[in-house]
Design a protein around this ligand. Structure first.
Ligand code: PEP
Length: 256
């Protein structure tokens, strides 16, 4: 039986916000009101996770990390483990963000370790995939998406896959102010669902939440969310401003 795909509006604060700023922003988001059918997630920097955890504690706003190492502990200077994240109250973790792939050279293999480890620790991984502008221009979108999905989800069975969220984030749309059109997003989201159906099964593909990310903002949230295969938004820049982010969360009230 098909379960409804609860819309998820996820804020990725990247390397922004001091502890005090993070608390203020989280308080404004938590207190700002949201439709009952929309799930909200905040991913502050590691340094502010504990402070934001206090703010979202006993609310339905979900705490997430932006990255993690796959090992539980050990000699990995500068890294943060899933054990540390769950200890802080994180429930989700962004994995394979394009900045991790392109700036820090994370491979599909490393990303797959993180997906597996997150699941082992009860964290919901949000696996980010997406093509560069060059790849889009060279007509390689489908190949890139398929390879990143296969690589990132390698070794998962359907039961474990049921706990994974996918985020389609075209690299050319991230932080550029140029979002994918709703039609472009829908085309790739549909492709991702078809690919998931092939890799796992149709029921699982239909139940998987697929978020769109890339210059999402209050002004374009409703039209993106109106697409049948867009189940939520992963928001960077626009998540740093409470009013803008609340406008996205309340996208239904802004749509025509
Ligand atoms: C992101 O970093 O995941 C993102 C989508 O950024 P932005 O919304 O700023 O494009």
């Amino acid at each position: 039986m098909s379960e409804p795909r609860v819309p998820l509006i996820a804020g990725n604060w990247k390397m922004n916000k001091t502890i005090g700023e993070a608390k203020d922003l989280a308080r404004e988001v938590v207190g700002g009101g949201r439709p009952s059918g929309v799930q909200v997630m905040l991913a502050p920097p590691f340094t502010a996770l504990s402070a934001v955890a206090e703010v979202v504690n006993n609310t339905d706003v979900v705490l997430a990390a932006q990255n993690m190492h796959w090992e539980d502990s050990g000699a990995f200077t500068g890294e943060i483990s899933p054990v540390m994240l769950t200890d802080l109250g994180a429930k989700m973790v962004i994995v394979g963000h394009s900045e991790r792939r392109h700036v820090f050279h994370e491979t599909d293999e490393a990303i797959n370790h993180k997906v597996q480890s997150a699941l082992n620790h009860g964290l919901t991984p949000i696996l980010c995939i997406g093509e560069t502008l060059e790849e889009r221009k060279a007509d390689k979108v489908f190949g890139v998406i398929a390879a990143q999905l296969e690589g990132g989800l390698s070794g998962l069975d359907a039961e474990r896959m049921a706990r994974v969220i996918i985020a389609y984030e075209p690299v050319w749309a991230i932080g550029t102010g140029v979002n994918a059109t709703p039609e472009q997003a829908q085309t790739v989201h549909q492709l991702i669902r078809e690919q998931l159906s092939e890799l796992f099964n149709k029921g699982l593909a239909m139940n998987t939440r697929i978020l769109y990310g890339g210059s999402a903002k209050a002004a374009n949230a409703a039209e993106l969310m109106a697409q049948p295969d867009v189940d939520g938004l992963l928001v960077g820049g626009a998540a740093l401003n409470a009013q803008e982010f609340l406008g996205i969360i309340n996208f239904e009230h802004r749509g025509s």
